[in-house]
Design a protein around this ligand. Structure first.
Ligand SMILES: [Mn+2]
Length: 115
């Protein structure tokens, strides 16, 4: 990592296997997880991901939900889901993401200070 540069590291589709992938994720200033960190959005899956996120060294961690994070979308009509996803997920599951900045139809400004 060079001084006076910002390194973004973008990942997605870790599907409950972030812990296995952690050693291969490069360090950086901002980690962006572009969704599908779970298979079904179940609470235990979210908590597992949240715990594993904490082990990564990035200064900022930004996460959005993917289609596998069932229940994250507030206005979702659960009866329109396909059978495989029926009954799966966690209503407002994002509230269990305490080790990152969770974005949904919003943005964030991060400030990195160099010394
Ligand atoms: Mn996927």
């Amino acid at each position: 990592m060079k001084p006076n540069f910002v390194r973004f590291v973008c990942i997605s589709d870790t599907h409950e296997r972030l812990n296995e992938l952690c050693p291969r994720i490069p360090d950086g200033d901002v980690l962006i997880h572009c969704g599908d960190f779970t298979n079904d959005g179940e609470k235990w899956q979210i908590l597992k991901f949240n715990k594993e996120l904490q082990t990564l060294p990035h200064k900022y961690k930004i996460v959005i939900a993917g289609n596998h994070e069932s229940g994250f979308e507030g206005n979702e009509i659960w009866t329109l889901r396909n059978l495989k996803r029926n009954g799966k997920g966690t209503d407002k599951g994002y509230k269990f993401l305490t080790n990152c900045i969770y974005l949904y139809d919003t943005s964030v400004t991060v400030i990195l200070l160099s010394y």
